[in-house]
Design a binder for this molecule. Structure first.
Ligand SMILES: *Cc1c(COP(=O)(O)O)cnc(C)c1O
Length: 399
């Protein structure tokens, strides 16, 4: 079949929930993707922040191949070494104490929400416990994670969602207080809002929310599914704020391409929340996926990848700031580390499409007006120079 036939066949057999770009990616190497005709694309999206090490990494492939040949699945009724090692490395890197592996980011959120409810139930008894979430947030597409997602057009067709969720304005502590009640069991937010448009939490805001949670004995859930795993210049973004969550969710780059997420809790939370019988998953944390996690953490150390992110970030920021200065239709740069956005007054969807189809540059959008960049964490200065050259060819069309 040729490309046109494949795309027609996709429309025949795949549920139409994505308006996909007419591109068929075939394989990848480093920070480049290749389509079915072997044409090369510079990737500044990394499969939505997943492919931290880029494509075709030999160390990663070797570790997965070894595990693939050994065993891929056992269920969670038994122990296996890859999960134990992955959990050890995740707790060490995050400072959290106990981990539960899931198959996705949304499932990590589900687990976090159940943890918060069970914590309140254990401490205070049965109750209609409430959760404070943030406007403009994104936590996933399952019913629970959608219930705490603060974007109305994702939610509206699916009402009634989970009861007891209140939305506060992100970075507005007064708004959080206004939503607090005797029934509140948790406050959930992204440390850096991703899909909503690259808004980092303010340090004073996050510290005040942390204090409030301590005073009220309610749980702070930080969703680092997108901003975690080195992207902001620390393994987890909260580590730059001098605070720690009670529950952390992580996914996307955690497996560098195999489907895995996790929620992690402190000992304090573990002692008063989920117990045997309360939660489970058939695949979650299977040997193949946790071998990937384990290898990912090793590679972070071997490649000194966090140091690299810290070193390369100012270069990207400078290039982006120069673009902000040069083009009137770019009003602002926002973000942290290699999670950056340019706020545009020209149609962002058109920019993303032209970049992909005309310049072979893969970029993302966020919110309604943000051009979002989530390059593989291994990018170098030449990759950024090439990005600049390609994106300027798109921007010039709007001058
Ligand atoms: C992507 C994302 C999720 C959902 O993860 P899935 O793996 O798509 O279920 C949750 N929270 C944040 C912050 C995300 O960016």
């Amino acid at each position: 079949m040729n490309k046109k036939e494949y795309i027609e066949e996709a429309d025949n057999c795949l549920l139409h929930v994505y308006n996909r770009f007419p591109v068929i990616f075939d394989y990848g190497k480093g920070v480049y993707l290749y389509d079915e005709l072997d044409e090369k694309y510079l990737d500044f999206a990394s499969g939505i922040g997943v492919m931290a090490f880029g494509y075709g990494n030999e160390d990663y492939e070797a570790a997965l191949t070894t595990q693939l040949k050994r065993i891929t699945h056992t269920s969670n009724l038994y122990y296996h070494v890859p999960m134990i090692e992955a959990a050890q490395k995740l707790t060490k890197a995050s400072g959290m104490d106990k981990v539960f592996f899931t198959n996705s980011g949304a499932e990590a959120i589900e687990g976090a929400l159940k943890t918060a409810k069970k914590y309140a139930y254990t401490k205070k008894g049965p109750g209609d416990y409430e959760i404070i979430a943030m406007e403009n947030s994104f936590h996933g597409r399952t019913v629970g994670s959608l219930s705490v997602t603060g974007t109305e057009h994702y939610r509206e067709p699916f009402y009634p969602l989970m009861a007891g969720v209140k939305f506060a304005t992100f970075n507005d502590f007064g708004s959080v207080l206004a939503n607090l009640s005797d029934n509140t069991c948790a406050i959930i937010m992204e440390t850096v809002q991703g899909e909503g448009g690259l808004y980092p939490a303010d340090e004073t805001f996050l510290k005040k929310v942390r204090e409030l949670c301590d005073e009220e004995d309610i749980l702070l859930i930080l969703d680092e599914v997108q901003c975690g795993m080195g992207r902001t210049g620390s393994m987890y973004a909260f580590q730059q704020y001098g605070i720690k969550p009670d529950v952390l969710t992580t996914a996307k780059a955690l497996g560098n391409g195999v489907p895995i997420g996790a929620f992690a809790v402190t000992d304090k939370v573990a002692q008063s929340s989920l117990e045997p019988g309360d939660h489970g998953t058939t695949y979650g944390g299977n040997p193949l996926c946790t071998a990937a996690v384990s290898q990912v953490f090793d590679m972070f150390e071997d490649y000194k990848l966090i140091d690299h992110v810290k070193e390369i970030t100012p270069y990207l920021e400078q290039v982006l700031d120069n673009l902000v200065n040069k083009y009137d239709f770019i009003t602002e740069r926002r973000g942290m580390g290699l999670m950056q956005g340019l706020v545009l007054t020209i149609p962002v969807k058109e920019v993303v499409s032209k970049a992909l189809l005309e310049q072979h540059l893969v970029v993302l959008s966020a919110g309604s007006d943000v051009l979002r960049l989530l390059p593989p964490l291994v990018i170098n200065e030449q990759d950024i120079d090439l990005f600049k050259e390609k994106i300027e060819k798109v921007f010039e069309q709007f001058v």
